[in-house]
Every structure is written in C-alpha cells, then in structure tokens.
Design a protein around this ligand. Structure first.
Ligand SMILES: Nc1ncnc2c1ncn2[C@@H]1O[C@H](COP(=O)(O)OP(=O)(O)OP(=O)(O)O)[C@@H](O)[C@H]1O
Ligand SMILES: [Mg+2]
Length: 390
C-alpha cells in the first residue's frame, strides 16, 4: 500500500540556534527577506500546509531558491522542521524514535537526487545493491531484488558497467533503480531530470509515468520547469519565497490562476500538449464490486439519485457498468450477471487532444483506467470542453 503525506504548519529555517529562534518569532509578521535582514536566518519554508494523497504523483515547482528542496527534504527528515510536522501514512515523523526513523528511511521512503549520487567505484549492480547491503540483506535476495529493479528501469545488460561508462540518462536510471530496490511506498525525486537534455528527459518522464502506472506508489517530484510539472503532475504546488502560491490540478492553474505571478509562470505552456486525461478526470464517488448484493446496490443508487454505476473486480480492474433498470427488474442475489461489459474506456496518460475523439463519439462520460486496467476516475465531457476552450 502506498501512503499519503500530510504536511502541517511546516517551516524550515537555516541558521544558528539563536538566529532560528529569533526567526520563528517573526515568522507570522515578516517576509523571508526581512527576516534574513533582521536575524541572519534563512526561512526556506514558511508555514506550509498540504496533503498528498496515496498513489498521487505530486509535483512541486518553483524557481531556484524558492524552497523546493528544503520542503521535500523534510519528508524523510533530512531537514528538521522549525515549526510543524510531517505525517506519512498517518505517522508523525517528529514523534518517531531514532530506531523508528531509521526503519522508515530504509524501508518506506527513498530519494532520487538531481546529480545521481552514484558511487563511482562500484558497478551499476553494486550501486543498486548498496541500500540492501546496508540493511544486511543476504547475497542471493539482494542480487535478485537489484536485478528486478535494474530490469524495471531498462538497464538489463548494463549491470556490470561502471557509472562513468554510462550516459546521463542511464545514470539517472541507476539512481532510480537504487531507490526502487526496497520497494518504497513514498518516492521522493528532487529535480531528477534537470541535468538531462530535452529528448532523454522526455523519455525519462514517460517512463516514470509508465512505471507509476503499474505500481502503487506515492511520488513527490520536484522541478523548476512548468512544462515538466504539468506533464507529470496529478497536482502541482507552485512555490515562491518559501510559500505555496497555488496548489491544484494543472487545469486549475489555467482556469483560475491565483495571481499575476502564476499567470506569468504558465504563459509559455502549450496546454493541449500537456494536459492529460489524468489531469482533468474527476474522481469516482462510488464503485460497485463483483459479488456485491443486488438489492443493496439498487438502494444505494436510489439514495444517491444515480442511474448507473461502474463495476470493478476486487483488484479494482474495470469491468463495465450496471444500469438501475436492470437491478430493478432482476431477482438475482448478486449483481454479477447484470454487468454490461464495456470496452470504451480511456487510458489516463493520454493527452487530452488524443482522448477527445473517443469522448466525442461516446454518449456517456468515459471511465478512465491506468496501465493495469484499474479504474481511476471518469472523464466528464463538459469539463473537457471547458478545458480545451479556455
Ligand atoms: N543547508 C542550508 N543552509 C543554509 N541555507 C540553505 C540551506 N539549504 C538551502 N538554503 C537556503 O534556503 C533557501 C531555499 O533553498 P532550496 O534549496 O530549498 O531551494 P530550491 O527551490 O530547491 O532551489 P533550486 O531550484 O536551486 O534547487 C535558499 O535561500 C537557500 O540558500
Ligand atoms: Mg533544490
């Protein structure tokens, strides 16, 4: 199970203890520049609140120095908050004992850095194995898990090469494979692709989306490139001067930019090439599962004034839909034989442009699935029209 993250009243302040204490006093009434002038402390993150859902690909974007790294580094407590707390899967990081924190860092969370951070004297395999080695995992299992991760990022065949024999894109893959070996529930990526040239970068973005599609994982991804942010993010937080200027789905930035700064930031973004189905799909409030009771499902639809409901199996794989009139007519105990098998569904990583045709032909809103065929949401005709028109 992937885990959600809750950031509460979080501040990160750099400076001596005395400077930091003085800065906390001033936090609510002064801007970071003023605090630096008066105290010498740097307020890198200022009283931020945000919630990241499990399985979400959450992007933090902003110019250099806006506080992105300072913020993401609190999510595994590489930075200690000056105020507030971070909760992962409901557990407070600040409340963890040293031992619990060590366990959390080794098992539940992993980080990929901008400059790869590879060990130059070790092979690809040696690098990927490293975290498992530190954990004392025995040879055979270590090798097996590392090779799985190497295959996952498309580097099989390269495991005995040294980092300096690899291109930048390949080194970044090694960094990702290393982060994946302990199957973290929370993956933190701090500008992982910034050092790559545009074509490789695009390829890596698509690969990460594909990877994320088939694995349950919460990902926090940092970039200073708005195009990358919109291409990747389910939701995006735009940071400026230690605070979040706007937080929402990509589409919401276009529809309702919070201020002139946001407008300028998104001015050069071509949204038809960036908005994906996943960015504007709506969440499903309710879904029926194979094996559900017919009568109960019928009552549920009536209560909620719905005339149909989507059906999945127990692994959330999309199967089709149920119509209220069929539920009414039937005497069956279970819903299973009443499901209309439906082939029209839409893949969530399609660009909106490409999904449009299918949606236009359909008389219904379309169910949205991920790479495994799991039901993730629904694409609403009106919302798409609205998004493309603006
Ligand atoms: N270890 C540190 N000690 C002192 N100041 C720091 C430290 N780390 C960051 N800062 C300061 O905190 C502020 C925010 O920096 P941060 O690295 O979080 O920004 P960023 O958004 O990640 O920038 P970039 O895009 O350049 O990586 C900056 O003013 C920076 O100088
Ligand atoms: Mg940074």
């Amino acid at each position: 199970m992937a885990q959600g993250v809750k950031v509460e009243d979080l501040s990160v302040i750099f400076g001596s203890r005395k400077q930091r204490e003085a800065a906390i006093e001033m936090l609510d009434d002064y801007k970071p520049d003023e605090i630096r002038e008066k105290t010498g402390a740097t307020v890198a993150v200022k009283r931020i609140n945000l919630e990241i859902e499990e399985n979400e690909l959450f992007v933090i974007v902003g110019l250099s120095g806006s506080g992105k790294s300072s913020l993401i580094r609190t999510l595994n407590l590489l930075n200690r908050p000056a105020t507030g707390d971070v909760k992962v899967g409901g557990r407070s990081l600040m409340d963890m004992t040293k031992k619990e924190l060590r366990y959390f860092r080794r098992n539940d969370v992993a980080m990929v850095f901008q400059h790869f951070g590879l060990l130059s004297h070790r092979t690809v395999l040696g690098n990927v194995e490293y975290p498992l080695e530190v954990q004392g995992i025995e040879d055979k299992e270590r090798r097996q898990r590392s090779m799985e991760a190497i295959e996952l990022v498309g580097l099989d065949g390269w495991e005995h090469h040294m980092p300096n024999q690899l291109s930048g894109g390949m080194r970044q893959r090694v960094g990702l494979a290393r982060a994946l070996t302990n199957d973290p529930e929370l993956l933190l990526m701090d500008e992982p692709y910034s050092a790559l040239d545009p074509l490789i970068r695009r390829e890596m973005q698509n690969e990460l989306l594909k990877l994320e599609d088939t694995m349950d994982r919460t990902i926090v991804f940092i970039t200073h490139d708005m195009n990358e942010a919109f291409r990747m993010g389910d939701r995006i937080a735009l940071m400026k001067d230690a605070e979040i200027v706007q937080l929402g789905k990509p589409e919401e930035f276009f529809a309702n930019p919070a201020n002139q700064y946001v407008k300028d930031f998104i001015a050069d973004v071509d949204k038809t090439r960036i908005l994906k189905v996943r960015n504007i799909m709506s969440k499903l409030k309710s879904v029926a599962k194979l094996g559900d009771d017919r009568k109960e499902t019928l009552d549920f639809l009536k209560e909620n004034e719905m005339d149909f409901i989507y059906v999945t199996d127990e692994k959330r794989i999309f199967l089709g839909f149920l119509k209220i009139e069929d539920l009414q007519k039937s005497k069956a105990q279970k819903i299973d034989n009443l499901v209309h098998k439906d082939e029209t569904k839409i893949y969530r990583n399609l660009y909106l442009q490409d999904a449009w045709e299918k949606l236009n032909e359909s008389t219904y809103n379309l169910p949205v699935v991920d790479g495994k065929g799991r039901l993730r949401g629904v694409l609403d005709y009106d919302i798409v029209v609205d998004a493309l028109a603006k």
